[in-house]
Ligand binder design. Structure first.
Ligand code: GLP
Length: 241
């Protein structure tokens, strides 16, 4: 894994943007695997500012997102679909028809997972962007998720529910289940970019790089990827040698 340590969030977002920009400039109809959470917001702001200035165009880019909460409709304020519109899609020249995310209110969740896997096969990702959970999860692949997993329904861990409660009014409002791209689906991307910010990610970053490669720390699987870059700010990298 290539590791880049930055002094702060601003530099991390700039470096992440440089990598993404390069992918889209080389391939204007690139498929980008995108992520939610607070971590990629700085990168999304860079994309928006640059796009407004007439920089990189996303007109022919296709986007597939990692995950979505079960039970939240695309219009729900806390849904990841809405997050993507508010933080990125509504501010760049991407065609919304080319943006995809699991449907958290699909009547048959199993069928929805199969639909999403077929979509992922039809749209091989040129770049997969990731954040990391404090327990080492990627997307919503919680500890114990098999490395060969594809899109599936997960019961969120208490740790994840508590971490994500900051986006909701009350902890009880955080959905208990989600649909997520699996670890195999993530590993299928040609290139992976994982971002880590803040001291509460330091244990996960250390475990990912220096611990055992094991489902008990899902992000450790990325060490088996031929083209994966971690950009970590100094705080999240504090425990690395
Ligand atoms: C959620 C998302 C992950 C994200 C993680 C970390 O659980 N499903 O994709 O990486 O949160 O979020 P944050 O970037 O806000 O720390």
């Amino acid at each position: 894994m290539n590791v880049i340590i930055t002094k702060d969030y601003e530099e991390l977002s700039e470096k992440a943007f440089a990598i993404l920009r390069d992918v889209v400039l080389k391939k204007p109809d690139a498929v980008l695997g995108l992520a939610t959470g607070s971590t990629p917001i700085g990168l999304y702001q860079k994309m928006v500012e640059d796009n407004r200035r007439g920089g990189v165009s996303y007109r022919t880019v296709r986007a597939v997102n990692l995950d979505e909460y079960v039970g939240l409709s695309p219009e729900n304020e806390q849904s990841y679909r809405r997050f993507m519109r508010e933080n990125l899609f509504d501010h760049i020249d991407i065609d919304l028809k080319n943006t995809h995310i699991e449907n958290g209110v699909a009547p048959d969740l199993k069928e929805e997972c199969a639909r999403y896997d077929a979509l992922l096969r039809a749209l091989p990702r040129d770049l997969q962007l990731l954040g990391i959970g404090a327990n080492g999860h990627i997307a919503f692949n919680e500890p114990g998720t098999p490395f060969d997993s594809e899109t599936h329904v997960v019961d969120l861990t208490q740790n994840t529910i508590e971490m994500n409660a900051r986006f909701f009014e009350r902890e009880e409002d955080v959905p208990r289940r989600a649909l997520t791209m699996g670890l195999k689906s993530i590993m299928d991307a040609k290139k992976v970019l994982i971002l880590a910010v803040g001291e509460n990610k330091a244990d996960a970053v250390k475990g990912m790089l220096d611990g055992e490669i094991s489902p008990s720390l899902p992000a450790s699987v990325l060490r088996l990827h031929p083209d994966c870059t971690l950009i970590a700010d100094e705080k999240s990298a504090a425990l690395l040698k």
